[in-house]
Design a protein around this ligand. Sequence first.
Ligand code: TRP
Length: 333
Amino acid sequence: MTAGKKVILSGMRPTGKLHIGHYSGALENWVSLQRDYKNYHLIADYHALTTNLDTSEIFGNTIEMIIDWIACGINPEESPIFRQSKIKEHTELFLIFSMLITKARLEKNPSLKEQIRDLNLNSISYGHLGYPVLQASDILLYKGELVPVGEDQLPHIEITRHIAGLFNQYYELEEGRKIFPIPAPKLTGFARLPGLEGDAKMSKTLGNTILISDDAETIKNKIKKAYTDPQKLRKGDKGHPEICRIYTYHKKFNPEETDEIYLGCTSGKLGCSDCKMNISQKIINFFAPVLEKRKKLEKEKDQILEILIDGEKKARKTAESTMQEVRSAMKLG
Ligand code: TRP
């Protein structure tokens, strides 16, 4: 039963196989929300074009990402999975919304400033400037009330709220019925995991990731090479777990032992190599069932395509009905 449930719209760009930072920062949360909400899972393939015009890998990346989603527990029968580019209403609503919001408001978007850190505003595309407007259409076409996101996405949700408010102010259905809810962000409990090296979070572009699909050997090797506290050179040296990425991994994947590890590290009794072997095994165990499910799904790629087509049918139905309301309220067509 989905009647009466609040609507959640979550989305990711199809960047390929997901890493364990995606899991703890987003996917885990999506899976636990499935019970109490009506979920839509969007694959933001148009958004992918804002940073990469090479489309040759988008389809393959989409399939790999869906495999990760389902292997981690997303149930596509209850929660449609669909590509943005397959539901033409996204572009229609995007165009209408782009008439409501000012260029100045979009230029102020801190996420955009972050993304184009080394460029200037004149060198980004018109579509890139409109990134949050497209995201607003993603959310509002399905009348999303909650959007599970990380902190970095908060400015985008703010723009969605702004646009929904503007639309409702200009247009309404008969008897003053408003079409769009004002969606709220739903922050995930755990911040993105730190990457295997450097100060940044785990990210595909930085190549500092452990993939959900990595096998046991790969995980062990990657963790073996990961950076730890630079002041702890050998067993016996006193470490600083609060600045160590491995300790953060323990907090997430080995919560029962964190106190013991903290004491062991700060007193010097626990060496980095043992600490790393321990967390490697915990991560391997944690993702073992996911990996098994993933392997099965890998062999059934036709089925993944069917899941997508089915999800797109369901999403389209909702999107068409919202657009009919929009056209009617605007007295268009
Ligand atoms: N901007 C999101 C990201 O980069 C992806 C996204 C596109 C999205 N449309 C969305 C997220 C709608 C939530 C809701 O992660």
